[in-house]
Design a protein around this ligand. Structure first.
Ligand SMILES: Nc1ncnc2c1ncn2[C@@H]1O[C@H](COP(=O)(O)OP(=O)(O)OP(=O)(O)O)[C@@H](O)[C@H]1O
Ligand SMILES: [Mg+2]
Length: 418
């Protein structure tokens, strides 16, 4: 591309030399000053891009100034006795159009005025010997007005193309940003694919683990019965086997809940009744927690189309986390339900706030990841299951609280998941 640019510039340079050479061949041919001035104009024109690349701020002014000076010199050496009559006066288009290319409208007008003033300055010596006729005045005015005319026309064109350039630059920046986002999304999709494959594999594994677990549990129970009263140690050990198998079974069931593609059984559900049932079920799990529950349910809540069992699981998990966050020290859980709009879809918003320690800033990104837990006996699937069920219902869940306050989870469930 650079090579292309160089050859383009060279082509233009050759054209400049041809046109200025043409002027050199026209009378007065033997006027050395004229030829030297033309040569100087050619050099300025050829080296202008380099000058501007070197001095981007002042270069254009220097170039226009030089061209005005050289144009005035050319007029001085081509007009015979009266320089202002020189047929070479259109040479002033050169500085005028250069200014129109490099400056804004105001700058262009000022430079054109300066070029016109330089041209008109030849009136002063001429008026000492001759008188300015009215047709002479008209001629001069026409020439000067045409300078302005050309300047404004070129400047208008240049400003328009600068605007287009800016627009296309902005567009290409937006495109680059979208490309970046797309790449991120693709990476995320690949990661999800890998995770999904891993999930399927582990779900299969978990399923297979259930059968031997059943056999172990059954055998342990039989052992307990057989050993009744005989060997207390063996009986105790069999009891351990049985209770640990129960724990494993619960874990596997929980994992399968998460991994299994869910088929929603939608039915009209009252969100308040759903949340009440979840509250009761958690209260029954933590009878001695010493927690007060505050309910703030809006009037006239709509029923939502939801899978009752799964949505109850959502609120059980969230309320369970709230209870666990208080760690037996007592506290308060507030549950608020209100009608809401999510992405212009009607639905209900359920907010579960606790007075526990809250979620530290550095854990916020991770709490929805499967198997992330900060609890000694936690599995880290509670919130992943919540997020999955809410997603399946086309809803959303957010942790709304700041790190320095008790946690507050905001769940939105649409009236109709479509
Ligand atoms: N209400 C809350 N207050 C403070 N931290 C919370 C709260 N809810 C969730 N967390 C944080 O998010 C983590 C993940 O929660 P999640 O429910 O997914 O798993 P878990 O409760 O640790 O285990 P389980 O699978 O038994 O639910 C928790 O370990 C805890 O650090
Ligand atoms: Mg949990």
């Amino acid at each position: 591309m650079l090579r292309g640019q160089i050859s383009k510039i060279r082509g233009i340079d050759v054209l400049w030399l041809i046109f200025l050479g043409g002027l050199a061949l026209l009378s007065p041919v033997r006027e050395v000053h004229k030829q030297v001035t033309l040569l100087a104009i050619a050099l300025v024109q050829i080296f202008e891009p380099r000058l501007i690349a070197h001095l981007p701020r002042r270069g254009p002014s220097y170039s226009v100034l030089l061209k005005i000076a050289l144009s005035s010199l050319l007029i001085a050496h081509t007009g015979g006795a009266v320089s202002i009559n020189s047929s070479y006066y259109p040479i002033y288009y050169l500085p005028v159009i250069t200014a129109a290319i490099y400056f804004g409208p105001l700058g262009t007008l000022l430079w054109t005025a300066l070029a016109s003033a330089a041209y008109c300055s030849y009136l002063i010596p001429a008026l000492q010997e001759y008188e300015l006729t009215s047709s002479g005045k008209v001629e001069l005015a026409i020439r000067i007005l045409f300078f302005f005319f050309a300047a404004i026309l070129v400047n208008q064109f240049v400003m328009e193309s600068r605007r287009r350039l800016k627009e296309s630059q902005a567009l290409s920046e937006t495109l680059a940003e979208s490309n970046r986002q797309l790449k991120l999304a693709q990476e995320e999709a690949r990661r999800s694919e890998r995770l999904a494959a891993l999930g399927q594999l582990s779900a299969g594994l978990a399923h297979e683990i259930r059968n031997p677990l059943g056999v172990i549990k059954g055998s342990a129970e039989m052992l307990t019965q057989k050993l009744q009263g005989n060997t207390p140690l063996a009986q105790e050990l069999a009891g351990y086997i049985s209770s640990e198998v129960n724990r494993l079974n619960a874990l596997v069931a929980r994992f399968l809940d998460f991994a299994r593609p869910s088929r929603l059984q939608l039915q009209p559900v009252s969100p308040a009744a759903l949340v009440d049932r979840a509250l009761e079920s958690v209260q029954a799990q933590f009878p001695a927690a010493g927690i007060t529950v505050e309910r703030r349910y809006a009037e006239g809540l709509p029923e939502i189309m939801a899978d009752e069992r799964l949505c109850e699981q959502v609120f059980i998990n969230l309320i369970c986390n709230a209870y666990e966050a208080m760690n037996g020290a007592g506290g308060k859980v507030s549950v608020a339900i209100a009608p809401a709009e999510g992405e212009s879809v009607p639905g209900v918003a359920v907010e579960i706030r606790d007075s526990g320690p809250g979620v530290p800033a550095d854990l916020r990104q991770q709490i929805f990841n499967p198997f992330f837990t900060s609890k000694e006996t936690g599995v880290g699937l509670g919130l992943s299951i919540v997020a999955k069920i809410v997603d399946d219902h086309r809803g959303s869940i957010q942790l709304k609280s700041r790190p320095d306050e008790g946690a507050c989870f905001h769940v939105f469930l649409p009236v109709k998941p479509n």
